[in-house]
Design a binder for this molecule. Sequence first.
Ligand code: CTP
Ligand code: CA
Length: 225
Amino acid sequence: DRIRPARRDLVGTRIVVTAGGTREPLDPVRFIGNRSSGKQGVALAEAARSRGATVTLIASHLDVPVPDGIEVISAATAADVQKAVTDAAATADITIMAAAIADYRSAEVSDSKIKKEKTGDKLTLSLVKNPDILAGLAASKPRGLVVGFAAETAESEEELLSLGTAKLARKGCDFLVLNRVSWSEGFSTDRNSVVVLSRGGDIVMKASGEKLDVAHSILDSLIPR
Ligand code: CTP
Ligand code: CA
């Protein structure tokens, strides 16, 4: 077991983390979802808690348990996350949006199970865009820092950074935690590799390793500012 320093540098701070992946219902039994496990978000909550912060975790369908001492608010859909995070961010020192928010939801949610007898050989779903929660939060200029996440598929480090810089500018947040994903990288694994960009696009930190260690490094990169 690695020994992590017992830093208590976050005593008196309030940190909000969104984690997991939202599910947008189609009918009472089906949804549109994504492959986020919530591990990196939960690791951030755990790291912040262990350093003395008061932590609220807005949790969307986590594959992992949440350690004791963390306030958990369950949020199934993007709309639920938006409600919860808008509320929680108002009093937070740092809000970290690690959750994978569904970009689209079904235009109509059926109250009864969709039956293939009715829909026939081909089913076309109509989807509408969800609001960009992170951009909205950043634009509202809350008291604390606003940190986004971005998982990108990229051919090279250079392409990854250019996608990240563009996304950071679009979102208007203070920091963006960027990581590369593929069919095998990023999701569900216990390890992660990230680059933290500050507003303006400068690289302020790079880390690879277990998600809990990466979480501590991310917090380190946010705190001195
Ligand atoms: N996010 C959000 N609201 C959305 C979509 C994303 O708040 N409707 C947040 C995520 O929680 C994350 C950041 O925005 O912190 C980046 O998410 P990402 O999916 O990478 O960005 P998108 O703007 O959705 O762009 P893309 O088309 O690449 O998915
Ligand atoms: Ca997206």
